[in-house]
Design a protein around this ligand. Structure first.
Ligand code: G4P
Ligand code: MG
Length: 181
C-alpha cells in the first residue's frame, strides 16, 4: 500500500474554512494575506473567501532562476510594494505544509524586518518531525489544520491525472479505516 497522504481540493477547502473560523475566533484580524508560492497560492485564494483581505504572493526557492540548487532558501519573487505596505500591519502568512520549517522561518524573518504589527502563520498540514528551523519569537499564533506523520503529501494541484488522484484518495482512506479497525 502506498503510504503517501492523498488530499482532495474539497479536503483543502474544508480545512481552510475551519482554520479561517479559528483565526476569527482568536480575534486576529489580518490586514493582508501573504501566500508562499506555489503551494500556498490555492489555499490563500480559498482563505480569501472567508477572510477577505488582499493577497500578496512571495516566491521562495532552494533553486536560483538558473535552476541551480543554492543550499538555502532564496527569494525568487518578492514584490517591492509588499515591503512598503507591511509596516504596522497584521499579516497572515499562508503555506500548504510546514515540513522542515526552513522556508517558513526564512520568510518570517524577512517579513519581520519590515516591522509589521503582528504575523500569524497558517498551514494545512504540519508534519510532526524534527524541524530544521524554529519560528522567530515574534510568532505568537500558529494555525494548522492537520498534524500529520512525516509522510509525503499528494496535493491535488500536483496531479497529472486528477481522476486517478481521486481513486488513490479513496483507497488511502479505505486503508486508513482498515488500520484503525
Ligand atoms: P517549510 O518551511 O514550509 O517546512 O518548507 P521546506 O523548506 O521544508 O519545503 C521545501 C519544499 O518541499 C516546499 O515546496 C514544500 O511545499 C515542499 N514539500 C514538503 N513536504 C511536502 C509534501 O509532503 N508534499 C508536497 N507536495 N510538497 C512538500 P517549494 O519548494 O516551496 O515549492 P512548491 O511546491 O510549494 O512550489
Ligand atoms: Mg510550498
Amino acid at each position: 500500500m502506498d503510504t503517501k497522504i492523498y488530499v482532495t481540493y474539497n479536503d483543502i477547502h474544508r480545512a481552510v474554512k475551519r482554520l479561517a473560523g479559528e483565526v476569527t475566533a482568536s480575534s486576529f484580524d489580518p490586514d493582508v494575506i501573504v501566500a508562499i508560492g506555489s503551494g500556498g497560492f490555492i489555499p490563500a485564494r480559498i482563505l480569501k473567501t472567508f477572510i477577505n483581505r488582499p493577497i500578496f504572493a512571495v516566491g521562495i526557492s532552494y533553486y536560483g532562476i538558473d535552476n541551480k540548487p543554492t543550499g538555502s532558501p532564496q527569494k525568487i519573487q518578492w514584490i517591492d510594494e509588499v515591503q512598503q505596505k507591511l509596516s504596522g500591519k497584521k499579516i497572515l502568512l499562508i503555506d500548504e505544509v510546514d515540513d522542515t520549517r526552513v522556508t517558513l522561518s526564512y520568510c518570517l524573518e524577512e517579513l519581520i524586518s519590515h516591522e509589521p504589527d503582528e504575523i500569524a502563520v497558517l498551514v494545512i498540514h504540519n508534519k510532526q518531525k524534527q524541524k530544521g528551523a524554529s519560528f522567530p519569537r515574534e510568532i505568537k499564533r500558529y494555525f494548522a489544520a492537520f498534524d500529520v506523520e512525516d509522510r509525503w503529501i499528494k496535493y491535488p494541484w500536483d496531479a497529472q491525472d486528477i481522476s486517478e488522484h481521486d481513486v488513490y484518495t479513496k483507497q488511502s482512506v479505505t486503508q486508513a479505516e482498515k488500520e484503525v479497525q
